[in-house]
Design a binder for this molecule. Structure first.
Ligand SMILES: Cc1ncc(COP(=O)(O)O)c(C=O)c1O
Length: 378
């Protein structure tokens, strides 16, 4: 039987006293909807932190991707190259904006998109590249930017999982024409639900602000010349966001410290797992502690069940876009195969990685893994 009091959650946020203070201020001043000083501040502070000119706060990371792609004015047949290993929001945002997602596999170490394959997929229909900074590790930006410039493509970053990560000392979110973030509760900073698009491109940010707000026009109220959405974030959510930015440095330190501790213990135990690593030119924020089984006797589903039996919660890794029934039905990916993605989905999972995780829990989890591997050898 699992002692629920002892259950180790896969993730938990860290909410500070200031979150309460700022939310109370919203309530006291009655600025509870989608305007107010926290909202303006949150957009400005997040853009500045990441090194972009402007931020447009939206309801979540999925809607950030939706308005980002919608702003590009994609035409039928336009292609966007993206990684197969990611969340479905990436593919659906491209499809909803009228484009066609074209997939490439990812690297087995960073889990970010494979640049050689990306180059091979470029043709005269390619309009944009979507890079996803996966599990906190930045994609290899220099070669990507070179290709994007040579072919005059848009570059979109999905930095939902990589708040504060750097590539050559530059923060993610500052490389693309547009960069999308999620502030869901499991992200490095959270607003409960929330998202943002960052950009230096005034034309695109103007369009995205309008798309976020039903495409209202400033010259004539309730007269619409384009389809828009209500993706407005509230002042109260932004108030939480401000308190989170104040603590982000601490959150990054916790994630990095726990990753290195897990790595040290697992290496010492010599467990058959591929562990998170970091390229020399990058600083990962190790969003979640993701591991991949080296020994294919077990798979991630079985391991997750065995850990759950010991009160340890985990999550599977993404299922590739080419394996999604809903996308396959649309005859999108021509039965293509992406072996690294497939390996990650089948043999990878992430272990508890919350901001309240401590050494005692990490020791407990690693010992549980050791026992499970020992038993599976019998
Ligand atoms: C890489 C990536 N992009 C986008 C999203 C979508 O964000 P949201 O859940 O806020 O819609 C997620 C979700 O967690 C994600 O991991």
């Amino acid at each position: 039987m699992i002692d629920l009091k002892k259950k180790i959650n896969v993730c938990e946020p860290l909410i500070t006293k200031n979150a309460k203070k700022y939310i109370n201020d919203c309530i006291d001043t009655e600025w509870i909807s989608s305007a107010g000083k926290y909202l303006e501040d949150f957009e400005k502070k997040w853009a500045k932190y990441c090194g972009a000119d402007e931020g447009i706060a939206v309801t979540n990371g999925t809607s950030a991707l939706q308005v980002a792609f919608k702003s590009l004015n994609l035409q039928p047949g336009d292609e966007v190259i993206m990684p197969s290993f990611t969340i479905i929001s990436c593919a659906t945002a491209i499809i909803e904006a009228g484009g066609k997602p074209v997939l490439v596999d990812c690297y087995p170490d960073t889990w970010c998109l494979n640049i050689e394959q990306m180059k091979e997929k470029i043709n005269n229909k390619t309009k944009a590249i979507l890079v996803v900074h996966m599990f906190g590790h930045p994609a290899e930006m220099d070669p990507i930017i070179k290709v994007v410039k040579r072919h005059k493509l848009y570059l979109i970053e999905d930095a939902a999982e990589a708040h504060g990560a750097t590539y050559n000392n530059k923060r993610v979110g500052s490389f693309g024409d547009l960069a999308c973030f999620s502030f869901y509760a499991n992200k490095l900073i959270t607003t409960g639900e929330g998202g943002m698009v960052l950009s230096n491109n005034k034309k695109l940010t103007k369009k995205i602000r309008s798309l976020r707000n039903l495409s209202f026009r400033s010259d004539r109220r309730f007269y619409h010349t384009e389809i828009g959405y209500n993706y407005r974030l509230t002042n109260m959510q932004a108030a939480i966001g401000i308190s989170q930015i104040e603590n982000l440095k601490n959150h990054i330190n916790i994630k990095r410290k726990n990753t290195f501790l897990y790595n040290k213990i697992i290496k010492k135990m010599d467990l058959p797992l591929r562990l998170p690593s970091e390229n020399e030119n990058s600083k990962s924020v190790f969003w979640m502690y993701g591991v991949v089984l080296k020994n294919k006797k077990l798979n991630a589903k079985i391991l997750a069940q065995k850990l759950a039996n010991r009160g340890i919660e985990t999550r599977p890794l993404f299922l590739g876009m080419h394996q999604q029934p809903v996308l396959k039905k649309m005859k999108l990916f021509n039965n293509e195969k992406f072996p690294v993605t497939e390996e990650l989905s089948r043999f990878g999972l992430y272990l508890p990685s919350g901001l309240k995780l401590n050494k005692k829990k990490i020791d407990f989890i690693c010992n549980a893994l050791k026992d499970i591997f020992h038993e599976s050898r019998k």
